[in-house]
Structures are given as C-alpha cells and as structure tokens.
Write a protein that binds this ligand. Structure first.
Ligand code: SF4
Ligand code: SF4
Length: 129
C-alpha cells in the first residue's frame, strides 16, 4: 500500500464530511455511453489489495472490479452493474456518487472522460458577481 493510496483513501473518506470547496459549472447532458462506469480511476490505487481496502472502508466500492492496469501502473475500475448497452442495471438503487455525477467534490478535478456529453468549467470569482 503506497503513501499515495493512503492519501487517496483519506481524501475520499473525508469528502463525505467536508463541504464542497471547488465549484464547477456543469453543462451538457449524458449521452448514456457508460464510459464513466467503466473508466473509473482511483488516485494512488495500484492493485487488488488496495481495492479490497477501499471496499472495506467505502462499501460502494464493492461494485467495482479492476478491468485493467495501465503501463504507468494506474488501475482502471469498472462496475459490475453496467450492462452491455452501457446502462446501469441498478439505476434506481445506484449510490449517490453515481447520482451526483458529475459532481463538484474536493477530489473531482473537473476533467470529464473523453467523449462525455458533459463539460465542466471551474467557476471563477467573477461568476459569483
Ligand atoms: S461518460 Fe458522460 S456521457 Fe457517458 S454515461 Fe458517463 S456521464 Fe453520460
Ligand atoms: S452503479 Fe450503475 S451508475 Fe453506478 S457505476 Fe455502476 S453501472 Fe454506473
């Protein structure tokens, strides 16, 4: 278990208790491509053991499995409830992390998956005037 993974676990955990700090303007709409359910990245996660630890602390991670590990060692997760049509098999019971996507949490870096119908822009001070 790396330091990056411990940090990631910590930030993910406290994100449920700390008010959102970074605001994004979200535009566009979902194209129902399913990419966000099969291209899930968890910063610092390197292997199956890290995933098991994440699943222990954050049970909604139990729906995810490792679909591949990239050359740079980055783990890519996929959800077992994604069906072949790119839709969610448990749509009405999906967790809030799915319902709120794309959200504006302290961990969300504002970058959408390539091809996603949503576009996010970091809100500037002038946007609040
Ligand atoms: S990647 Fe974007 S367009 Fe595709 S299913 Fe997810 S939110 Fe919708
Ligand atoms: S529960 Fe449904 S919406 Fe959430 S990641 Fe899985 S397939 Fe996608």
């Amino acid at each position: 278990m790396s330091i990056d993974f411990i940090k990631s676990l910590y930030y993910e955990f406290i994100s449920y208790f700390i008010p959102q700090k970074i605001k994004y303007k979200v535009e566009g709409e979902c194209l129902k491509c399913g990419k966000c359910c099969k291209e899930i990245r968890s910063y610092g996660m390197k292997n199956e053991k890290d995933l098991k630890i994440m699943q222990f602390f954050l049970p909604h991670y139990k729906r995810f499995f490792i679909s591949r590990i990239e050359e740079n060692g980055e783990v890519v997760l996929s959800c077992k409830y994604l069906n072949q049509n790119g839709l969610c098999n448990v749509y009405n019971k999906r967790p809030s992390v799915c319902k709120n996507y794309p959200a504006k949490t302290i961990n969300f870096n504002g970058k959408m998956i390539e091809g996603c119908g949503f576009k996010t822009t970091k809100k500037e001070f002038k946007d609040y005037l």
